[in-house]
Structures are given as structure tokens and as C-alpha cells.
Write a protein of this length. Structure first.
Length: 720
């Protein structure tokens, strides 16, 4: 008997789970309809290369790996993306059902299984709908076209006389002439291609996409039935607790595992630099880990969360200038008021509910890894490289992922589990503790923004000079009408040039864009106050972008904004942002306790233009999640450290937003049927730091120049 379940779990149309062995699934794909279709260039990046099944490179001759129509008429979407709370397992089937003209309940989806699904680089960047959605739509449209041709041949009528109703092809006038998709496949493998490209369903004709659909993962998650990587328990699996250094940069000097080895049931495994104690029970493995004696040379880092900003400015690369125009010197001469401000933001952890988890097992020379990861296919390559195996000897299966926000793009725990399983010869479970999660997290990097800007007598922005250190270029471009401008970017969230950072950094929900918007939109408010203008009117006065003006004006209406120059004492703020192709405007109302410095957010509004909205309720949920998560990096979340050691290693000191913090939240999604679907999972969080900082200024007339805006920083700003 296999020590682990090698089955493929396929959620059905209502969120239940069917189980299909991979061998049986491959048999099914020889007796159903396999569709051949073209993939057009997406987003101006050229053709999309998607190796079949993750088995090796190159563009396949056909891309039917995305779609299977069985003899029973059920549709299975095969998607390399994963479900980590964003709702893709609901919205992607909506698109397929729409193009195929089948009920949503007849569409299943398999996600993130590298032996079954086509290659995908990962689930990030709000790309599941805006980039992969068109691929799936074209596959489904091609399938429908092929099925109509087959039906025309079977019924001996012209294709133009046929229509599809809920997965059945019917004659438009002679209703007795009909055949189902399942009957058309007849258990045979059919490979054919339409002449020309299939016509996609127009947005105006949508009956499934564009309508709210219940989340397929909702029932399982609220009842506790949902399975995450840490819930997978192969027969004979052991828990691994790994020996970890006390600080970043510390190096193992001595190691004594003799005491741990004497504990009944404990196995000590050492694979080069990886040392772990294994036991059938997690608590016993924890106890054994406590018996391991290890000494380390101290970290060479002397940086702290207080000194990091000067260090970043000194060590950041010269950078580049992605945006420039006009003449800064000439613009400054036109200015009647000049503003010089510096904005700082600390490191932020992802702090997902599920810690990094993975389970690995080896059978017949093949390694299977169940991992909570955003990047199953890159993890597959990492495991193969670590074990010296060919890619076909590694399979990664991604169950539900309990939050990622970019932090599970790196999948160290999957490699650790695979190495230990191979070394121990038994299945191994690696579930990081919360302390390990903080230690190995790739943090949203600290950043420093320096801005010089100016306005003329007509209250027009005449020059803008921004240097962004540490945040990268995403969302760094100004969105206003500024004739003379320069934007310099020195270092970003991806990579660690010149040893800028004392630990790992990486993508964090809209990476870099949050810090960039915080600096830009704060500076806009600084100028608005000096100009004696209401902050909304000042933005409109300097904004020609019709799409952004539309969103901003819609926000004014939805919020009931009454123009008044700041600081007005009302505690109102506004901020704009663009991310993942979506235009967002947030408005906020806050109350600031002048005695304690505590900020209470009373109301939040987010208005967005994200093009066609596939699942409105799902998009609203993503927006609400962004706003709530944004409270964290704006008001409390900050990683404290000293000499390579993390001071924050759990939620006793690292403070996340609480239920008591959550204000009244309103979301407005503007209708834009002529614009393709854009990103929904990140844009609303981008202006959060700025909108709250601007609201605080409006409330008390004081600007806080560092995120998060803790009570101590508010009080310090008031005293200054």
C-alpha cells in the first residue's frame, strides 16, 4: 500500500471534493474532448509559453492541457494557479462556464498540481484573472466551437442553425434535434482545430461571469473541513523540528545531538547544513529539539530598526531614473512655494494565518510534496535540484493555502521536507512555528522617500523630484500633471543589492507600491494645505487623467465629501493609487486621541475601476481584505530587530489589526464593460498608508513622516 495518497482532489461545482487518481485522470483525458487552440500575446509581453503538465520546456503543439470535457459532460479546468483566499477557484470556472454555455455547477477545477496542470510561474501580482483568464476563456471558446462542429456533423445540419443551452447543443427551430456535450465526446479522444480564432462571448451577453457566485471554498473553510498542507498525514509520517540559528548571519560552530538521540522514538537526521529531529508526535519532537546543544558565531550585523534608514540611503545602489520629463531647474524657478519632505517606512511581515508548511514522501524513486506555496512549479524545480533528480521525479500538490500575500512565493519548507524525507526514508512533515515564520519571512522592505516639489501662483505643481530608496518602481510614477519631473529608484523589494538589508526581503501585497503611494499622496496633501485648497480639489486641479478623475469624482459622491482646506479638524483623508491595472481612490475618516496618540479609523471607502468584474462579491471581499490589512502596515505593523536578531517573533509584540480596529467599510466597483478585467487583490491596499496619514493631518494638523503611525510617533509629531 502506498504510504501516501497520490489522488487528485477535484472540487465540484458546489465546493465538495471528488477524488481522482492521476492514472485514472490521464485515462479520462484520452476519452474526452481535448481542445487545440491558439494563445494570443497577453499584455504586450509576447506569446505565452506554458509547458504541458510542468514536464519540461517549450510551447506545446496544443494547449488542451487547460481544459478537459469528460464523457459525462462535466468540465474540468486545469490551472497552475493556486487558491490562497483570493477566490480564483470560483471566478476562473465562471469564465469557462460562460464561454462554454454550461452551468457553473458543471465546471470543476484542479489547481496547482504539477503532474496534472500546465506550467505557471506562480500566483501573485493579481494575475489570475487579468492574465490567465483570457487563456482559459479562449480555450473554452475553442472547445465550444469544436463541439458545435461535431454536433452539426452528427445532426446533419449547418452549424449556424445550432445553439448551446446548458451544455446541450440544440437546433434553433427543431428542438427535437439535440445532443449533449457528453454524447458528442462518446468516450473518444478528439483533436481538431477551428479555422480562425474563436469568438469570445461579449461582456453584454454575460450571464455567469459578472454575477456574484458563492465561494467554492467557503463551506469547507468555515466548518474546518478544508485541508491545508499541514493537514496532510501520510502513513508513517514523522514531524520534523529543525535546528535554527538565533540570528541572521550567525554561523553554526558546534553541535551535540546525543541527548536528543536518546529520546524514545526520536530520529536525528543531518543532510549537510540541514539538521532535524524527527518524531511521530509534534510535541515530542519539540522536546527533543530542546535537548540539542548548538553554539553559533554571532552575527556581524550591527543594524537596528532605528538605524536602518541611514544605512539604506548610504548603501543603496545608484539606481535608475524610470520617469523624467521637462527641466527641474526651470520648474523650480516657476515655483512660488517649494516643499522638501522625507518619508520612512519600516519592515513589515506577511503574518499569514498558516505558517509555511509542507509534507514530502518518496515512493518508487518519485518525491511528492504537498506544500502551502504560491509557486508550485518553481518549488518543483527547487526540489529536483536539491535532490539531484530529474523534474519528472518530483510532483508538487498544492492544497488550500492559508494566506500568502507574496510571502509564500519562497517555499523553503517544501525543499526542507523533501530533503528530510529522502534522507530518512519516511514521509516527513515540516510545519514552521510562528517563530520560524517570522525568522524566515521575506519582509516587505524598509524604505526612504525624499521628495522636493513646488507649486506656482496658480496652484499648479510645476516640479517634482523624488528619490525612492528600497521600494522599487511599482507604483512610483506620479499620476498628476507635472511638466518638470524626475523619479529616481534606488533598490527594490526583489533582491538585496550591496547588502542593504540584514535579512531576506520579498514581495508583500502590492510590493513597493504601498510605500510609493504613501510618499506621493502625502506630498500632494502637503502642497494642497499650503495652497489653501481642499485636498480633493487640489488633486482635480492637477489631474488630467480621465479615468482617475472619474474614480475620484465617484468617491466624492459616495463618501459625501464636502470641500474644505486642511487641516479642517474633521479627520478626513483622500489618496489615489494605480496597481495591477486598477485605479483606486480611498477616503477615510479618523479620530485621533491627542492625549494618547491613538488613531481610531471610523470609516473607510474604496472606489475602484478594475474593468470587467468577474465575481462582484468576490472582488468586494478582496477590497475589504485590502483595507483591513492596510490598517496594519499603516498603524502598527513593524519588525523590530537588533544585530541580526528579530525582536518580534510572535503576536505578543508584533501587532496585527484587531476586530476593534475595523471601521465601517464601503466598496464601490465602477462599471467598465469596455475594459478587460484587471487586478482585484492588491490595488485597494496601495493608498492605505497615505489616506490615513492625510486623515490624521486633517484631524490634528500634524503630519507623521514614518509608518507605522504608532501612538508614540503621533505624540512625538505633536510635540515637534
Amino acid at each position: 500500500m502506498s504510504p501516501f495518497n497520490n489522488d487528485l482532489e477535484v472540487p465540484d461545482g458546489w465546493g465538495f471534493v471528488q477524488t481522482i487518481d492521476r492514472r485514472d485522470f490521464l485515462k479520462l483525458t484520452t476519452t474526452g474532448l481535448l481542445v487545440m487552440f491558439f494563445v494570443e500575446p497577453l499584455m504586450g509581453r509576447g506569446s505565452l509559453e506554458l509547458p504541458q503538465g510542468g514536464r519540461g520546456g517549450g510551447t506545446p503543439a496544443d494547449l488542451n492541457a487547460f481544459l478537459h470535457i469528460g464523457a459525462d459532460g462535466r468540465v474540468t479546468c486545469l490551472v497552475g494557479k493556486v487558491e490562497l483566499g483570493q477566490g480564483a477557484m470560483t471566478s476562473l470556472p465562471q469564465l469557462a462556464a460562460e464561454e462554454l454555455d454550461v452551468p457553473l455547477s458543471a465546471v470543476d477545477i484542479v489547481m496547482g498540481d504539477t503532474d496534472v496542470c500546465p506550467f505557471d510561474s506562480g500566483t501573485f501580482g493579481s494575475l489570475s484573472i487579468r492574465q490567465f483568464g483570457p487563456v482559459l476563456r479562449r480555450a473554452a471558446a475553442e472547445a465550444k466551437g469544436v463541439l458545435l462542429e461535431m454536433a452539426a456533423e452528427k445532426l446533419q445540419v449547418p452549424v449556424t442553425d445550432l445553439a448551446v443551452e446548458a451544455g446541450t447543443v440544440v437546433h434553433k427551430t427543431d428542438r427535437a434535434k439535440r445532443v449533449t456535450y457528453g454524447q458528442l465526446t462518446e468516450g473518444k479522444r478528439i483533436e481538431r482545430r477551428l479555422e480562425g480564432r474563436p469568438a469570445l462571448e461579449p461582456v453584454s451577453a454575460f450571464t455567469i461571469a459578472g454575477k456574484t457566485a458563492p465561494r467554492r471554498d467557503a463551506l469547507e473553510k468555515v466548518t474546518g473541513k478544508a485541508k491545508y498542507a499541514g493537514d496532510i498525514v501520510p502513513t508513517g509520517a514523522l514531524h520534523a523540528r529543525i535546528v535554527r540559528p538565533p540570528a541572521h548571519g550567525a554561523v553554526l560552530a558546534t553541535l551535540d545531538t546525543s541527548a536528543a538521540e536518546k529520546v524514545p522514538g526520536v530520529r536525528v537526521v543531518r543532510d549537510r547544513d540541514l539538521v532535524a529531529v524527527l518524531h511521530a508526535h509534534r510535541d515530542e519532537a519539540d522536546k527533543a529539539l530542546g535537548l540539542v546543544k548548538a553554539t553559533y558565531t554571532p552575527s556581524a550585523s550591527t543594524l537596528t530598526d532605528a538605524t536602518i534608514f541611514d544605512h539604506l540611503v548610504k548603501t543603496a545602489p545608484a539606481g535608475d531614473t524610470p520617469f523624467r520629463g521637462g527641466d527641474l531647474a526651470a520648474g523650480e524657478k516657476l515655483a512660488t512655494s517649494v516643499f522638501s519632505e522625507t518619508y520612512r517606512k519600516g519592515y513589515v511581515a506577511h503574518a499569514a494565518m498558516e505558517t509555511h508548511s509542507a509534507v514530502a514522501a518518496v515512493e518508487n524513486g518519485k518525491v511528492t510534496v504537498w506544500a502551502g506555496t504560491q509557486t508550485p512549479f518553481p518549488l518543483k524545480s527547487q526540489v529536483a535540484a536539491a535532490l539531484g533528480l530529474t523534474a519528472d521525479k518530483v510532483r508538487v500538490i498544492t492544497p488550500y493555502v492559508g494566506g500568502g500575500f507574496g510571502g509564500k512565493s519562497a517555499s523553503q519548507q517544501g525543499v526542507e521536507a523533501a530533503r528530510l524525507a529522502m534522507a530518512a526514508g519516511v514521509p516527513v512533515r515540516v510545519v514552521w512555528s510562528r517563530e520560524e515564520e517570522f525568522y524566515f519571512d521575506t519582509f516587505d522592505p524598509a524604505a526612504v522617500h525624499t521628495i522636493r516639489s513646488g507649486i506656482d501662483a496658480a496652484k499648479k505643481i510645476v516640479f517634482w523630484d523624488l528619490v525612492a530608496v528600497g521600494s522599487g518602481s511599482r507604483g512610483v510614477e506620479h499620476i498628476y500633471d507635472i511638466p518638470n519631473h524626475r523619479t529616481v529608484v534606488r533598490g527594490g523589494w526583489n533582491g538585496n543589492p550591496a547588502g542593504m538589508h540584514p535579512f531576506g526581503i520579498g514581495p508583500w501585497r502590492a510590493p513597493g507600491a504601498n510605500a510609493n503611494a504613501w510618499a506621493r499622496e502625502s506630498q500632494i496633501d502637503v502642497m494642497a494645505a499650503k495652497a489653501g485648497m481642499d485636498p480633493v480639489e487640489f488633486r482635480l486641479h492637477n489631474l488630467a487623467d480621465a479615468r482617475m478623475r472619474r474614480v475620484l469624482e465617484a468617491a466624492v459622491k459616495a463618501f459625501g465629501w464636502t470641500p474644505k482646506p486642511g487641516p479642517s479638524g474633521r479627520g478626513l483623508g483622500v489618496a489615489c493609487g494605480i496597481d495591477a491595472g486598477t485605479y483606486a481612490v480611498n477616503m477615510a475618516q479618523v479620530h485621533v486621541n491627542k492625549a494618547t496618540g491613538h488613531i481610531q479609523v471610523v470609516r473607510l471607502l474604496s472606489v475602484q475601476d478594475m474593468g470587467v468584474v468577474v465575481n462582484p462579491e468576490g472582488a468586494a471581499q478582496q477590497t475589504e481584505g485590502c483595507l483591513t490589512m492596510g490598517l496594519g502596515y499603516s498603524l502598527a505593523e513593524e519588525v523590530h530587530f537588533k544585530n541580526g536578531e528579530l525582536i518580534d517573533s510572535n503576536f505578543d509584540t508584533y501587532q496585527l489589526p484587531r476586530f476593534s480596529w475595523v471601521p465601517k467599510i464601503e466598496t464601490v466597483l465602477l462599471e467598465s464593460p469596455n475594459l478587460a478585467a484587471q487586478g482585484a487583490g492588491e490595488p485597494a491596499i496601495v493608498p492605505m498608508g497615505a489616506v490615513l496619514a492625510n486623515a490624521v493631518f486633517d484631524a490634528i494638523g500634524v503630519r507623521v513622516h514614518q509608518l507605522p503611525m504608532t501612538p508614540a510617533r503621533v505624540l512625538a509629531a505633536m510635540k515637534a
